[in-house]
Design a protein around this ligand. Structure first.
Ligand code: K1U
Ligand code: ZN
Length: 173
């Protein structure tokens, strides 16, 4: 179950809208395993398939802290079915925008629906970090990044920084 390379800003794949998953096949289960491996290795608390270059509506999340037993969640075709009017600011990061963290305000509580790897439909409520993470990951499925919620000045600044880094890398500097 190998970790796979992460897609990094400004790669245009991150702006793709991912396709719904039909049957849950062994290939989907293998993809979920690779995503978990990639997330644990990074490390991170969530990952969407497009972040490893696969435009499918698949998300993994694990909020277990260092030293705690792993609690992997695999969400197939997740969607928000309700969001609270109350909002909460949380400092977000993104494995596709390494080492950049900013506060983002989002609904404090959400209800979300998804299928698990057995094909069972699950509806769950989330608050705190899980609510933030679920919203962040579903945004990835729609080509939305957390920097889209920042001011244009901050967003342009971080995009420019990553464009420069990509250029330097392509030139072998
Ligand atoms: O989707 C991603 O890019 C993963 C991202 C998820 C996320 C983090 C914070 C708020 C919302 C969504 C990350 O996991 S960034 C890394 C991170 O937050 C972290 C890394 C190690 C330990 C604990 C957290
Ligand atoms: Zn992200």
């Amino acid at each position: 179950m190998p970790a796979r390379p992460l897609v990094i800003l400004p790669d245009s794949q991150l702006r793709q809208v991912s396709e719904p998953i039909g049957d849950i096949t062994d290939d989907i289960r293998a993809l979920a395993r690779d995503m978990l491996e990639t997330m644990y290795e990074a490390p991170g608390i969530g990952l969407a398939a497009i972040q490893i270059g696969v435009p499918k509506r698949l998300v993994v999340i694990d909020l277990a802290k260092d030293g705690e037993e792993k609690r992997p969640m695999v969400l197939v075709n997740p969607e928000i079915t309700w969001a609270s009017d109350e909002r909460r600011a949380y400092e977000e990061g993104c494995l596709s925008i390494p080492d950049y963290y900013e506060e983002v305000e989002r609904p404090e509580r959400v209800r979300f629906r998804y299928r698990d790897l057995d094909g069972k439909t699950v509806e769950a409520d989330a608050d705190g970090v899980l609510a933030t993470c679920v919203q962040h990951e579903i945004d990835h499925l729609n080509g939305v990044l957390f920097i889209d919620y920042l001011s244009k000045l901050k967003r342009d600044r971080v995009i420019k920084k990553f464009q420069k880094a990509a250029k330097r890398e392509s030139e072998g500097v």
